[in-house]
Each structure stands twice: as C-alpha cells, then as structure tokens.
Design a protein around this ligand. Structure first.
Ligand code: SF4
Length: 355
C-alpha cells in the first residue's frame, strides 16, 4: 500500500504474520491431521520442537528476567487438544465461547490476557477442531429453535494464528451451513485474505478492534498497523460479511478527538455501502485494575499508558474487585463524542454498548 507524501509515493509498512520461536506438542495432538501437518511444517522450518505431556507442564522457556520470559512465552506455540467440551458462557457478546486457540502474540500494553493468563502467556492452538464444532452442534440442538451465538475470540485473537491452522475458516464454513448457529470474533490482525472466500452465508460477524493511530502506535505493538486494519476491514466488507468494530480502549490524550475523527473518516472511506447498513459498534473506555497496573509496569516498564488513579474514578465490580475508569464527566464526553462521530459517518450503524 502506498500513500502520497509531499508528492512522492511512500510505501507503508506491513506487519508480518506470526511465526513462533519455540513449539511444544502435546502427544495426542499428533494423532490429528492438523497436528501432524504443523509438526512437519515446524520441523522443516527448523523451529525448535519439544513434546510436553500437557500444556500445563510446559517448561524451559528461556528468559533471565520476567519481562524477557514473558516475551519468549509470547513467541511460544503449544499445539494441543481442547479437552473440556463444557462451553463457557460469553455474555454479552454471545451465548457461548468457542475458542480455536488461547493466548495471543500481540503485545498490547493494556490487554486483559495479561492478568487472566497469569504466568502462562504462551499461545495454544487446538487441533481437534471437528470435535469442538460437534460440541457446538449439540449446544445448538439443545437451544433449538432459538439461534445460538458463539464467540471465537474470548481468549485469543484467532486471526493471528489462522495462517498456521486454517481453523477459523473451517469454523466460518461450518456456521455458514447452520440454520441455528452464528459465529462472531474480533481481531487486531489484517491477515484476512484466506478468509475472504469462506462460505459464510452472512452467519459470521467479522469484527475488527480499532483505535486511533496514536493508541495503536503507542500501546499495541505486535499487532497490525492502523492502515492495514482499515484496508482489511474494506476487504471483509466487500466479501459480504456482516461487519463490526470494537473501539477499545477509548482513551483521552492530547489530540484524542482529532485522532478518533480520523479513524471514523478512514473507515467510512473504505466500506462499501452495503456494509454500512449492517454494522455494529462496541465502545469500551480504558480501565485498569490494581493487579493489571502492577503486571503492566513489570512487563512494559516504559509504557506511556495513563494509569494515574488520581485522575480516575473507582468503579466497584462483582466480588468486591473494582477497576479505575474515567470520571463520569469524561466518560460522558467520550461516549457523546464517539457516538456523534458514528452518527455522522455511519448513520445506519448500531451502537451495541458503551462501557
Ligand atoms: Fe490482547 Fe487482543 Fe492485543 Fe492480543 S491483540 S495482545 S488479545 S488486546
């Protein structure tokens, strides 16, 4: 992709699809076609491979400091099988979570996986995708004739590993054939080409997590660039998928209004008119917990992320655990500003929530 700068065409940078530095295999994964294919692939690429009895027993990821060990773990892939077929609920996004993977190669400073995945931030892909889909089928049967929705991105960014597994395409094709099932997921990755010809039958909502260029540049290393995501959203819209955007985390910084205006302007410029008629937005303001702040400062000590409690309001949550959000007046300003931008550029879109 090129853009004109002072009359000259400038080539914009491209993010590379993820490739692990270390790979672990659970022995049972090798009994599945995908497990076997991945094993041969990484072996031929001479990527170090180890067999581990279970992902819980992965050991030997190098790193002299916690930050280094974390970085190496984020470059580690565990190929295994999903054992539990009890699907967790996934409200408000969907009825159930249906993950083809867990963990993520991105380094978003604020990411919730930093606390939910604790000291095991490696990426796991599940090779028993047919069994996972058979489980989804059972859940759909139980709820028939109601439609059941499944979220594929609760604990990972499934597009980030799609070039390795092809599992998401399989899921999209599967839900394309279902009368009573719908799939949704969200991504910060722009490597979507292999998904454009999937037989989705409009049963999958393809969402992009987007933000102002400032936020993406400063807080989302290891993900696709702003211009790539905008371009990918245009492709997905042209492929006829129902489209959505999660704008998160929405932040206040110097020039934020201009930054978000530019985001919506750019998105409006790439979406075909049909996509604008069935478009959803989910809006999430930046928040942090005391635990998250501690972990973030340990892993990204130079982060510019504003986590100054004196500028925030404490919002109590369930079980006595709360988080720091923007004070009411600022939260309202964020909500009104972003909602106005959406009304201007996407008058037919639906805002699902602001939180
Ligand atoms: Fe977390 Fe999403 Fe960033 Fe991955 S892309 S690190 S899941 S916020």
């Amino acid at each position: 992709m090129t853009v004109p700068v002072r009359g000259k065409a400038v080539v914009l940078p491209r993010s590379k699809p993820f490739m692990p530095d270390f790979v672990f295999f659970e022995p049972k994964a090798l009994d599945y076609e995908l497990g076997d294919t991945l094993y041969r692939k990484f072996r031929d690429m001479e990527i170090p491979i180890k067999i581990t009895p279970s992902h819980n027993r992965v050991t030997g990821i190098p790193g002299d400091t916690p930050a280094q060990a974390y970085r190496n773990a984020k470059n580690t892939l565990v190929v295994g099988i999903k054992k539990s077929m009890d699907l967790e609920t996934s409200k408000p996004s969907a009825d159930y979570s249906l993950p083809p993977a867990t963990g993520c190669m991105g380094h978003c400073h604020y990411c919730y996986l930093q606390t939910t995945m604790g000291r095991k931030p490696y990426i796991r892909v599940y090779v028993n995708i047919d069994e996972i889909l058979a489980t989804a089928e059972k859940y759909m049967e139980r709820r028939a004739p109601q439609i059941t929705t499944f979220e594929a991105a609760c604990s990972s960014d499934p597009v980030g590993v799609e070039h390795l597994t092809g599992s998401l395409k399989k899921m999209i094709n599967f839900f394309g054939r279902q009368q009573l099932g719908r799939l949704r997921f969200v991504t910060k990755y722009a490597h979507v080409d292999s998904l454009l010809d999937a037989q989705h039958s409009k049963h999958t909502r393809f969402r992009f997590s987007v933000n102002s260029e400032y936020v993406i540049k400063n807080f989302e290393p290891g993900t696709s660039y702003f211009h790539e995501r905008v371009e990918a959203a245009g492709k997905v819209a042209r492929a006829g998928y129902p489209l959505g955007f999660i704008v998160a985390p929405i932040m206040i910084y110097e020039g934020w209004e201009k930054g978000y205006r530019e985001l919506f302007q750019r998105l409006a410029g790439v979406l075909v008119p049909e996509a604008k008629q069935d478009l959803t937005f989910e809006l999430i303001q930046h928040r942090f917990t005391a635990t998250a702040k501690k972990v973030i400062l340990e892993r990204y000590p130079k982060t510019k992320l504003d986590m100054d409690e004196t500028k925030r309001k404490y919002k109590w949550g369930k079980y006595g655990r709360g988080k720091w959000v923007y004070p009411d007046e600022q939260a309202q300003l964020l909500k009104d500003t972003i909602s106005d931008l959406i009304a201007t550029y996407f008058p037919e879109a639906k805002i699902e929530y602001f939180t």
